[in-house]
Write a protein that binds this ligand. Sequence first.
Ligand SMILES: Nc1ncnc2c1ncn2[C@@H]1O[C@H](COP(=O)(O)OP(=O)(O)OP(=O)(O)O)[C@@H](O)[C@H]1O
Ligand SMILES: [Mg+2]
Length: 256
Amino acid sequence: MVIELKAASCIVEDRQILREINWTANPGEHWAIVGLNGSGKTTLLNLINGYAPLSSGEMRVLGRLYGAYDWRRLRKSIGFISSSLQEKFYSGETAGEIVLSGIFSTIGLYDEPRKKDLARAYAVLEGFKCAHLAGQRYASLSQGEKQKVLIARALVSSPKLLIMDEPCGGLDIFAREEFLSGIHALGTNSSPALVYVTHHIEEILPIFTHVLLLKAGNIHSAGETGSILTAKNLSSFFGMPVGLRWRRGRAWLEIK
Ligand SMILES: Nc1ncnc2c1ncn2[C@@H]1O[C@H](COP(=O)(O)OP(=O)(O)OP(=O)(O)O)[C@@H](O)[C@H]1O
Ligand SMILES: [Mg+2]
């Protein structure tokens, strides 16, 4: 299993944020997670990454049991793109340094990079057509460029699992489509397994085989994309009537 949660709960400061979550992501599946503000999406991703506590229940990620394995070590196999992580980057670092820091799974660059690491970082940046940004300070990049640098940072260590928390936040419509075509290419090449959190149904590309709808810390529904993204199920999820229009394998939501 890529991810396996059994009755997993997360309590922070006496508040139950996730309630007895049962969820399995199998190899070969790519998951999109949707939920309103405050429903617990980021907490769920933090839990998987070992940044939020597993208060009760069981969790396995990439076959490792939480509590019986060093999660700092496991994190080297997980790419994690989130705005909370983004805020931790030093403004003085260059894009190239940030991508390189992904090899060592650190925030900031503490180890001396080897030649092959530099070559790898450059190649990944080049893959996202942003090798020219390597020497530019991260703080001075546009939002779209920042997201590409962060995804390059996540990919540089060839993770088995790539987790993204609203990666298209702040992107204009063209930058978003360009970013999504990169995600499409990633998802088509079979590895890594993708987990993608979004508020926008139309960002759920056809490569996403499964969708999980999270509501107030509970799973409302989870399963194959076609069975979850229906007008009926989403109307029940949002508690108001919505319609869906499908175009080229992507669903667009409209409020009725
Ligand atoms: N460290 C914390 N201490 C206390 N409450 C927290 C903490 N982290 C999250 N919460 C609360 O848990 C709930 C879920 O937060 P979370 O960030 O997981 O939601 P989300 O689904 O990612 O929302 P959004 O769509 O706005 O990003 C929120 O009500 C939030 O205030
Ligand atoms: Mg969030």
